[in-house]
Write a protein that binds this ligand. Structure first.
Ligand code: ACO
Length: 428
C-alpha cells in the first residue's frame, strides 16, 4: 500500500515537504512548516469553510452527490418511517437507539421539563405585538441562561443532561408562546398526556376546549418533519453552536446563537422565503417568466440549491410524499401547483441542471406548515425546535472530543501598514 503522504515542493525555495494524509485530509497546521526566512508559515484560505473540515464527527453522514442522509448510521428514510422525533433526538444526542427503559426515562424527563418559569411569560409579554417569533425565541432561549446559572458547569455530565432535558422540553413551549404572543392569545399550559408534537399543537392551537384533540395525521406529519430537521452536520448554525460552545459558554446562550444563525434566509429562513416567492408568483402561468428572471440573476429560486446536496435533497423527497396525506386533512394548498411547476421546469433547465440545483428541504416543508395553519413567520421557529437536539449533540461532541479548542480562525491582513496617528486639526 502506498504511504498516505502528500508531497509538496515549495517553488519559492525548492524545499520539499511531506504532509501526512488522514481520512483524505491534511492538517492545516502541517502547512505552517512551509516557510521562507522564518516567516509565519503557510496558511489555508477558505472563507465559508467550503473545503475545510472543522471537526471529526460521528453524528450525521451526508453524501451530497448521492443524496444520502444518515443519523448515527441510520438512513433518514428508515427513521422517518419507523422512529419518532424524541427517539431520534436520543439517537442523535447519545449515539444509539434507546432501549425501552432508556426511551421511557428520556420521554419522561423531556415531558416533565416542558413548563417554563412564570417570569419567562412576563418578559415574553414585553415584546411588540408584531415582533418576529424567531426574534422572541432567540432572545428567550438566551434568557433561560439567567434562570439556570448552574448550566455554566458545562463539564458536569449530570448538570449537562439536565439542561438537555430542559432545552428539548421547553423549546416547543417557547416556540408556541412566541406565536400566541403574536396572535394576542393567552399562553396554554403543556399537556403531559400528549406526544411531543401533539403537545406542541396543543400549546399552539388550543382555545377554550377543556382538552385539545390532536389530529393524528398532522401530529405524525409534524413528527416526521421534526425527524428530518434533527441534525444536518456542520451547517451554519451547527458551526455557530460549536464555535460559541468553544468558549465554554452555557448551552442556553450557545443554542440562542445557533438559532440566530438559523434565522437567516439562506439557512432556516428559506422555507418562509419559499412561501413568499410562491405567493408572489401567484399563478402557474407566471412560472416561466419567474424562472427567466432567476436565470438573469435578478434573484435566487428559494428552496433550491444546497452547499452539500448536489442531488435531490432526501428530506425534500420524504416531505413531498407526505404532502398528499396532510392535504387530505387540511385541503390542498393552492400554492402546491406553482411549486410543482417550478420544480418541473427547473429540473429540465440547463441553468439549474448544470449547477446541480435541486429542491432542498425547505421547498415543500413550508407548504405543509401553511396547510396545517402556521403563519409563515413561524416556519423558522418550527425548524429550531427539532434542530435543538442536533445543536446539543454537536455541542457535546465538541466538549468531549480530543480537539477541544476555542474557535479562532486566522485572517489574511490586507489593510494599511503601520502609520502614525494624525491629530484631528491636521487631517485633510
Ligand atoms: N437559485 C438560482 N441560482 C442559484 C441558487 C438558487 N437557489 N443557488 C445557487 N445558485 C447559483 C449561484 O448563482 C451560482 O451560480 P454561478 O456559478 O453562475 O455564480 C451557483 O449556483 C453556485 O451557488 P453558490 O452560492 O456558490 O452555492 P452555495 O453552495 O454557496 O450556496 C445556498 C448554497 C446558499 C443554499 C444557495 O443554493 C441558495 O442561496 N439557495 C437559496 C436559499 C435556500 O433555499 N436556502 C436553504 C438551504 S437548505 C437549509 O439551510 C436548511
Amino acid at each position: 500500500m502506498s504511504k498516505e503522504i502528500l508531497n509538496i515542493t515549495d517553488c519559492r525555495t525548492g524545499r520539499p515537504y511531506e504532509i501526512p494524509i488522514e481520512h483524505e485530509t491534511i492538517k492545516a497546521m502541517d502547512l505552517r512548516q512551509i516557510k521562507i526566512n522564518g516567516d509565519f508559515g503557510m496558511m489555508a484560505y477558505d472563507p465559508g469553510f467550503t473545503n475545510t473540515a472543522s471537526c471529526k464527527s460521528k453524528i450525521t453522514f451526508i453524501d451530497g452527490e448521492k443524496g444520502i442522509l444518515r443519523y448515527r448510521g441510520y438512513p433518514i428514510e428508515q427513521l422517518a418511517e419507523k422512529s419518532n422525533y424524541l427517539e431520534t433526538a436520543y439517537l442523535v444526542l447519545f449515539g444509539e437507539l434507546p432501549t425501552k427503559k432508556q426511551y421511557e426515562e428520556w420521554v419522561y424527563h423531556v415531558t416533565h421539563h416542558t413548563f417554563v418559569h412564570e417570569n419567562v411569560k412576563k418578559f415574553m409579554d414585553g415584546f411588540q405585538y408584531d415582533a418576529h417569533p424567531m426574534g422572541i425565541l432567540v432572545s428567550t432561549v438566551a434568557a433561560l441562561s439567567t434562570f439556570y446559572p448552574e448550566a455554566k458547569k458545562v463539564d458536569d455530565p449530570e448538570i449537562r443532561l439536565h439542561q438537555i432535558h430542559r432545552l428539548i422540553g421547553k423549546m416547543p413551549t417557547l416556540a408556541a408562546y412566541s406565536y400566541r404572543h403574536k396572535m394576542g392569545f393567552p399562553f396554554n399550559l403543556p399537556d403531559n398526556d400528549l406526544s411531543y408534537t401533539g403537545n406542541f399543537l396543543n400549546l399552539l392551537f388550543k382555545m377554550s376546549e377543556p382538552k385539545y384533540e390532536v389530529n393524528p395525521v398532522l401530529e405524525k406529519a409534524l413528527d416526521v418533519l421534526f425527524i428530518l430537521h434533527a441534525d444536518h452536520e456542520q451547517n451554519c448554525s451547527a458551526n455557530a453552536m460549536r464555535s460559541i460552545g468553544s468558549s465554554n459558554a452555557d448551552p442556553y446562550v450557545a443554542t440562542a446563537g445557533a438559532a440566530a444563525a438559523l434565522y437567516g434566509p439562506l439557512h432556516g429562513g428559506a422555507n418562509e422565503a419559499v412561501l413568499r416567492m410562491l405567493a408572489e408568483i401567484g399563478d402557474v402561468k407566471k412560472v416561466p417568466e419567474y424562472i427567466k428572471r432567476v436565470k438573469a440573476g435578478d434573484f435566487r429560486l428559494m428552496g433550491f440549491g444546497h452547499r452539500v446536496y448536489k442531488n435531490y435533497d432526501p428530506r425534500a423527497k420524504i416531505i413531498k410524499q407526505m404532502a398528499d396525506e396532510v392535504f387530505e386533512v387540511t385541503g390542498r394548498n393552492p400554492l402546491l401547483d406553482i411549486a410543482l411547476e417550478l420544480e418541473r421546469i427547473a429540473l429540465e433547465d440547463d441553468f439549474f441542471v448544470s449547477r446541480k440545483l435541486y429542491p432542498n428541504v425547505d421547498f415543500y416543508s413550508g407548504l405543509i406548515y401553511q396547510a396545517i395553519g402556521f403563519p409563515t413567520d413561524i416556519f423558522v421557529v418550527l425548524f429550531a425546535i427539532p434542530r435543538t437536539s442536533g445543536w446539543l449533540a454537536q455541542w457535546m461532541e465538541f466538549l468531549d472530543g480530543p480537539d477541544r479548542k476555542i474557535a479562532r480562525p486566522r485572517q489574511i491582513y490586507l489593510g494599511e501598514p503601520t502609520r502614525d496617528y494624525v491629530d484631528l486639526d491636521k487631517r485633510k
